[in-house]
Design a protein around this ligand. Structure first.
Ligand SMILES: [Zn+2]
Length: 168
């Protein structure tokens, strides 16, 4: 995010040479740099003991397709803690182990998304107000539902299948 004014004191930021970072926006009053950084998110493919994939319907994201678990990293949290928290909050599933896949840059929202696979034993779904519906989907059926336009769910599913050496 590119700040013009300091979000703490609202002074106009200057540009300052900082180490080998080059010119960085800087608040002279707070003596604080503001790097042009993306927000951090996780993108999580949840898979159960029967190799079914958890898909979420979130109408505020897309009304026609289904996606995987995603969420913002909270300050003070590791990526792994975010994965465990978001999977529990959005689906009620408890992550038993996880595997990193790869990261994605989502231009429209300036997000860096760390992609994981989370392995669970299927538990009853919970009710999250961010999620309109949930389903366990057979791997061969996922392509009928998963969002691929303006959404990283599809590519993350593909990459996860490649990492798990499963055919989709
Ligand atoms: Zn300031």
């Amino acid at each position: 995010m590119k700040f013009i004014y300091c979000p703490i004191c609202s002074d106009k930021l200057i540009e300052k040479e900082i180490g080998d970072e080059g010119l960085v926006r800087y608040c002279a009053s707070c003596q604080r740099p503001y790097f042009d950084e993306p927000s951090s998110c996780v993108e999580v493919l949840v898979i159960n003991e029967r190799n079914q994939i958890l898909l979420l319907k979130q109408n505020y994201i897309t009304e026609t397709h289904w996606g995987v678990v995603s969420g913002h990293v909270t300050n003070g949290e590791t990526l792994e803690e975010t994965v465990v928290r978001e999977v529990l909050e959005e689906t009620g599933q408890e992550v038993e182990r996880m595997q990193y896949v790869e990261s994605y840059y989502f231009m429209p929202n300036e997000l860096i998304m760390a992609g994981f696979i989370a392995f669970v034993h299927a538990k009853p779904f919970n009710n999250s107000n961010e999620v309109d519906d949930l389903m366990w989907c057979e791997i061969g059926e996922v392509n009928k539902y998963i969002a691929r336009v303006n959404n990283m769910s599809g590519i993350h599913f593909d990459n996860s299948m490649r990492v798990l050496k499963m055919n989709n």
